[in-house]
Design a protein around this ligand. Structure first.
Ligand SMILES: [Mn+2]
Length: 341
């Protein structure tokens, strides 16, 4: 507790001394990184600060419905007194950002506000405001605002709700406890409309009839391996050419595979083709085998969500090769479960 309290107090002083604050998001931004940035923009704006938002990558379309998304600059600002990096677990999530701007960023105080439990520090001096028990950066932002008696306006409260809902899968993950429900209750007291937040999200899930048809075609090609524990779909170069820019075909079906009875691992093979025969593999798993399997082909990720890329190998060889690797890890995991009392 005391370390976080001290860090928050120091953050308060740094903010007091700054006139212009740059809020930086990780590459591959998500709902929590964007909404925590926009909420901080509101809160610091009310404190009289000039707030600039930057992200090295463009905001993906699935989060572009938030008001203020257009204020995230795609050009690095020339002047700021302080940087706050949000929702970033380590330097690999800002590798390209640091490659371009580390020299300019490190001339001024650099704050990290984050909640990832497995963190790697950045390769320069930072003021870390970390709460690994927070389930989202938005939750931590409210904690900070309350500790420093910063005013949280209705817009800020409305922005923090979707950040929390998205990182906790609608308050349904194991790490959610009374604290997260209290945070939500506090946000409602501050004027947030939770129903509207769900409605806005549900609107983003609607698909064009064309994509519904693609989804049907992809699902009808599902292949099963390893006694039905692995479900796999290959997306063709023609389908990727037509749809990859509109909607990731993998996102369209991967959870349907994972939710099929008996399936432990869902695999989407994106076959881009071309001269290099580029193939990208995405896996989602109910058991912790995804990262281990993908690592064998030079990829990585999390226990239950990982990916890898293979070049110069025909898809007809890649599929059985990856299925064999995955099957071995599934059996290893099952053997381990059976050996435990
Ligand atoms: Mn987060």
């Amino acid at each position: 507790l005391s370390q976080l309290t001290t860090a928050i107090t120091q953050l308060g002083k740094l903010i007091e001394e700054a006139r212009t604050v740059l809020i930086l998001q990780p590459e591959k931004p998500d709902t929590d990184s964007l909404t925590s940035s926009l909420a901080l923009e509101q809160i610091l704006g009310d404190l009289g600060k000039e707030v600039l938002l930057y992200c090295k990558d463009a905001m993906p379309s699935y989060i572009s419905y938030f008001e203020g998304v257009d204020r995230v600059l795609n050009e690095f600002p020339s002047h700021f007194d302080l940087t706050i990096l949000v929702d970033t677990g380590g330097p690999q999530q800002v590798a390209r950002t640091l490659e371009s701007f580390q020299g300019r960023l490190t001339k001024k105080p650099f704050v990290v506000i984050d909640h990832h439990p497995n963190r790697t520090s950045l390769p320069f001096e930072t003021h870390e405001v970390i709460d690994a028990t927070a389930t989202s950066t938005c939750e931590l932002v409210l904690e900070i605002a309350q500790a420093l008696s910063w005013k949280v306006n209705v817009a800020a409260a409305n922005l923090m709700v979707p950040g929390i809902l998205s990182d906790t899968l609608n308050l349904s993950v194991q790490t959610v406890g009374a604290k997260q429900f209290r945070t939500m209750a506090d946000l409602i007291d501050l004027g947030a409309n939770v129903y509207e937040s769900h409605q806005n999200y549900r609107k983003t899930l609607s698909l064009s009839t064309d994509l519904v048809k693609l989804k049907g075609r992809l699902l009808s090609r599902m292949e099963l391996f390893e006694d039905g524990k692995i479900a796999l779909i290959t997306v063709t170069p023609a389908e990727l050419k037509e749809y990859a820019e509109i909607h990731d075909p993998s996102d369209l079906v991967i959870y349907d595979l994972l939710h099929a009875e008996g399936v432990n691992v869902a695999v989407i093979i994106r076959h881009y083709g071309g001269a290099a025969e580029k193939i990208k593999i995405s896996t989602r798993a109910n058991i912790p085998v995804a990262a281990k399997a993908c690592a064998e082909l030079g990829g990585g990720g999390h226990d239950r969500a990982a990916g890898c890329q293979v070049n110069d190998t025909p898809v007809s060889e890649v599929v059985p090769k990856f299925v064999t690797i995955l099957s071995k890890h599934i059996r290893d995991y099952e053997a381990l479960q059976h050996s435990q009392p």
